[in-house]
Design a protein. Structure first.
Lengths: 276, 420, 316
């Protein structure tokens, strides 16, 4: 019994230590964003007190940038891209794993090239196409690029997943004469739910964090994403640590909030209910 | 062999200028610039002043971070999404845009005779015939110091390198202030605030700069190696962990009152004005032993030109013409102290620190950074190399002699003085 | 590979089958081809051209590649970047994946309390933007702010502090560790999921045999999640050889000191887009990009044909 207690204590000690390492830097930034400039430099590890509390950084951020618009843009771009990556990706993965036809292996290989090369390498051609389609400076342009960027990996992951779905399920449906499209949308798609979280993580993180495409594809304030907006703001106020820390915090906090709200779904999707 | 039709259609480079499309519609102008620090000033002062003359032209100042400017501007110009007015980096970066027909000539613009040839040289073709950007401002190097720190150790601004070092030793012994506020993490400060700041006194300004271009002087000559030798002595006076100290770190260190001497670019003045709570002074680069004439780096830094693909060139030209007026020069110089107008008109500068720095023009001869004209055209790129070796010399990772040799070897790989 | 196709599908009229495939594959293939493959081919095509001063292109075959790999002006920085990239990858493999495995193993212990909270916290950095992560760590490790130094002093290790991001010997590893800090959540979650998917019967049987948690983990669970670890390794490889943002945002395009933190991504960026006075060279940049593509291709093929074949997939 004692040995087990010690073991459990040890496990918690390791997990707490690592959690502190993961959370520490974030807390540090957020905490200092509420302090006066002298307190930020003088006692960086101290929490704000009534004497050192200050919101001046946040006031600057609100006055100087359209952080709300940026945030909405990022949200729209990320959610729409992710939904379409999942839809198109799942359909393609299903077709490639379920039906064998001439060239399906070649097509699968073709679709996996995108995993290996950053799409950034094709920037100039993308830019030209977007301009000719009159899509430059729109969120649509970003979404199209991000779908193309996210598809290969999601097809890869979803294919692995679909292979693990028991064959009898769809064969039973087929014996009942259910059309192929309905088999996918009504039998298979619901079973893919657990894989969604994995795909979402690999899709959302790079899209939300991307700096490059917003930089070249969007040029006005109304289409900037949060990462670009914060980057520009940091460039402009780089010596003003109140503003810098406030801007960092404002970029961090919404992500944290959304993540904490959805983390249960995300993680249960990743882990629970896997097909057995 | 020319590119075939398919490649052209695939949209690399050329199509943008052939199609001649631009993002903005008539009646509005978009300005591309790397001066994101100045966004507030443009929106609150400069654009309203322009609109007093041209109320119907809507101007949008859309700056990028300096780090991304060249890359993003090129992508936008090639893709045809760049703004109507382009802020021009000096020399080859802009010359390249002109050669690719992405910038228009401004020769026939009214008011261009307000600028001297020297002022225009950074945005003029090698043959001197065509100017493609309207010069806006130069920046001056020197040292900004904390007057409290100098008072504490009883020092006066140094005139010679000997005096400079005496002050540094006193500051170090006193221990209250970091003597030299400079970091090597971002590399460019080592080259720009270090090498190009103190260097002109060693290589006699324009004389040395032109001799380098003519191939008559080399970076391995003593007047260049000596600059590195001086830089190599700075490390002990710099802040703890200066190898990881970034440019904003340096600005903060000084403006928080923790440092004594800041190797400066005049553009730092506006940052310090808003953040530092102590009196500041400035002195020009101290003279090396035996020298009498002083030289300063008075570097042509920023100009503006018209995007050849702009749909609204008419308004763009009106705007550029306004940039040539004394009204703009006065407004710009005082709204952004530390950016000194390049026009011939005398401009009164109110900020005393900026006035001090621009006052050096009277006693010292002006020159520009020696790596900017022609010499950074090839591979390896001289400016990149200069950033690298200057940081390395200060870090103690490379000897001054090796630094000079590395620069000259790199230059010799592609540059033949007669190829100009 | 796909299973033999079922009777029903085989019996489907050809036209209907084509229509069905078009429906399922059409959108993905169209968007992907147009916005990913085509631009990449354009870039590869570009690598066989060169430009003159006026921006006119001319075809030069493979000479850009010859220059890149044989002219010391280009080959030296290229191999330096490739070597640094390998180190960057090695740090991820040596630190990120073991930490991910250990944490996943601990979190999957039956009956552990607070596991939801731990998972949430440890995964949090993965969600943040690289710009923000780079900027925050830059502040934390800055000798000026003194947070890292203060923290080390507090535990009596003050003398260990050094300006890590600024020293040639430590800059790259420090950046790699920052990247590990951010992305450890991904291997953690994937391995955690794989561990939870192991049938209880297997573990129960081992427990009846009297094996402890550690031995169950090492001898039963770990071998079963090897395919997942293989997948993570190849994803890490691809991610690391495409990495750019973190180093660019912390060290800039020159990736100092003395290119000690230069990786292929920053080398490509500098070549393609230029730097302060260095003009961008799109054709050489495209050549660098093409070489990067082949490096990644070789790595992925090695994984597919050597590693994955040896890992027996556990089938449910």
């Amino acid at each position: 019994m004692v040995k087990q207690r010690v073991q459990i204590f040890g496990v918690h000690a390791i997990l707490i230590a690592y959690s502190a390492l993961a959370l520490g830097p974030i807390l540090l930034v957020v905490m200092n964003s509420f302090k006066t400039r002298n307190a930020i430099f003088g006692a960086p590890l101290a929490p704000p007190t009534s004497a050192t509390f200050s919101l001046i950084g946040y006031m600057k951020v609100f006055n100087a940038s359209h952080i709300g618009t940026y945030f909405m843009n990022s949200l729209i771009v990320t959610v729409v891209s992710m939904a379409l990556v999942l839809l198109f990706g799942a359909m393609a993965a299903w077709a490639l794993t379920e039906y064998r036809f001439r060239g399906s292996t070649a097509l699968a290989l073709f679709l996996s090239i995108g995993i290996m090369v950053p799409i950034r390498l094709g920037s100039v051609a993308i830019l030209t196409m977007m301009r000719e389609a009159h899509l430059n400076d729109t969120l649509t342009a970003l979404i199209l690029v991000y779908i193309a960027q996210g598809l290969p990996l999601s097809i890869f992951i979803l294919s692995e997943f679909i292979q693990q779905i028991p064959k009898d399920l769809r064969d039973a449906a087929r014996c009942d004469g259910v059309p192929e499209t309905r088999i996918f949308f009504e039998v298979i798609a619901p079973l893919l739910r657990p894989a969604i979280a994995t795909v979402a993580v690999f899709t959302i993180v790079p899209i939300w964090n991307d700096l490059w495409f917003p930089l070249i594809l969007t040029s006005s304030d109304t289409t900037h994403t949060i990462t670009l907006g914060v980057q520009q703001f940091l460039g402009q106020y780089i010596t003003d640590w109140n503003a810098v820390l406030a801007a960092l915090s404002m970029a961090i906090l919404p992500v944290v909030a959304i993540y904490v709200i959805f983390s249960r779904q995300l993680i249960s999707g990743l882990t629970a209910g896997a097909v057995k | 062999m020319r590119m075939d039709r398919a490649w052209k259609r695939s949209g690399i480079a050329m199509i943008a200028m052939i199609a001649g499309l631009a993002a903005a519609e008539a009646g509005s102008l978009k300005i591309e610039s790397w001066r994101n620090d100045d966004a507030d000033i443009w929106n609150s002062k400069i654009i309203p002043a322009f609109n007093k003359h041209y109320p119907d032209i809507k101007v949008e100042f859309a700056p990028l971070a300096p780090k991304e400017y060249n890359a993003a501007l090129n992508a936008r110009l090639t893709g045809g999404t760049a703004g109507d007015i382009i802020a021009c980096r000096p020399f080859d970066a802009s010359l390249d845009l002109f050669n690719k027909h992405q910038l228009d000539s401004v020769n026939d613009l009214k008011g261009m005779d307000n600028f001297s040839d020297v002022a225009k040289s950074a945005w003029t073709t090698d043959d001197g015939k065509t100017t493609f950007c309207v010069p806006m401002a130069s920046v001056i190097h020197g040292f900004i110091y904390n007057e409290d720190a100098f008072k504490k150790i009883g020092a006066e601004p140094p005139k010679t390198m000997e005096e400079f070092h005496a002050i540094l030793d006193k500051l170090k012994a006193d221990g209250t202030y970091t003597p030299i506020v400079l970091g090597t993490a971002d590399q460019w400060e080592a080259a720009t605030m270090g090498f190009q700041n103190i260097g002109p006194n060693y290589w006699d300004g324009e004389k040395g700069r032109l001799a380098l271009i003519a191939g008559k002087e080399k970076f391995t000559d003593p007047q260049y190696v000596d600059v590195f030798k001086e830089l190599a002595t700075w490390a002990p006076y710099m802040g703890n962990g200066y190898q990881a100290q970034t440019y904003p770190d340096s600005q903060n260190l000084f403006s928080l009152g923790k440092g004594a001497i800041y190797p400066a670019g005049s553009w730092d003045i506006s940052t310090f004005r808003s953040q530092a709570k102590f009196p500041m002074g400035a002195f020009p680069p101290p003279l090396p032993a035996g020298d009498k004439d002083c030289y300063i780096s008075d570097h042509t830094d920023i100009a503006m030109g018209v995007n050849s693909a702009s749909k609204n060139k008419e308004d763009a030209k009106k705007f550029l013409e306004w940039l040539t007026t004394p009204e703009f020069a006065t407004l710009y110089a005082n709204a952004l102290p530390g950016f000194f107008p390049l026009s011939k008109d005398a401009v009164k500068i109110d900020d005393d620190l900026a006035a001090t720095m621009v006052g050096w023009r009277k006693d010292c001869k002006s020159t520009i950074r020696n790596s900017y004209q022609i010499l950074s055209r090839g591979t390896p790129n001289l400016e990149n190399e200069l950033w690298n070796v200057s940081a390395q010399v200060i870090n103690g990772a490379e000897t001054p002699e090796a630094a000079g040799k590395q620069l000259q070897d790199g230059l010799d790989k592609w540059y033949k003085p007669d190829m100009k | 590979m796909a299973e033999p196709i079922s009777q029903v599908v085989a019996a489907m009229p050809r036209a209907r089958f084509v229509a069905l495939m078009a429906l399922f594959l059409g959108p993905a293939v169209a968007v992907y081809t147009l916005f990913s493959i085509y631009p990449l081919i354009a870039t590869m095509g570009l690598s066989t051209y060169t430009t003159d001063n006026a921006g006119a292109y001319s075809f030069v075959g493979l000479s850009n590649f010859v220059t890149l790999l044989t002219d010391s002006l280009w080959s030296k920085p290229f191999w330096n970047a490739a070597k640094n990239n390998l180190i960057f990858f090695a740090v991820h493999m040596a630190v990120q994946n073991p930490i991910g495995i250990v944490l996943a193993g601990l979190l999957s212990l039956p009956g552990l309390k607070l596991k939801g909270l731990y998972r949430t916290i440890i995964f949090l950095p993965t969600m943040l933007s690289v710009v923000i992560v780079g900027f925050s760590w830059n502040l934390i490790l800055s000798p000026l702010w003194g947070v890292a130094e203060g923290a080390l002093k507090a535990v009596g290790l003050g003398s260990l502090f050094a300006p890590w991001l600024g020293l040639p010997s430590t800059a790259l590893v420090t950046l790699a560790l920052i990247s590990v800090w951010q992305f450890v959540g991904i291997p953690l979650m994937l391995i955690y999921a794989a561990l939870l998917n192991i049938p209880d019967e297997l573990v129960d049987a081992a427990r009846v045999d009297g094996l402890g948690h550690l031995r169950i983990f090492l001898h039963i669970k770990l071998p079963l999640v090897l395919p997942t670890i293989g997948l993570i390794s190849v994803l890490t490889f691809v991610g690391n050889f495409n990495a750019f943002d973190l180093i660019y945002s912390v060290k800039g395009a020159l990736a100092g000191p003395n290119f000690a933190s230069d990786i292929l991504g920053t080398f490509f960026y500098r070549t393609f887009f230029g730097n302060q006075l260095q003009l961008g060279n799109p054709t050489m940049g495209a050549a660098v990009a093409t070489v990067m593509f082949f490096i990644i291709l070789v790595g992925v093929c090695l994984y597919l044909f050597i590693v994955q074949r040896r890992l027996r997939r556990y089938s449910f």
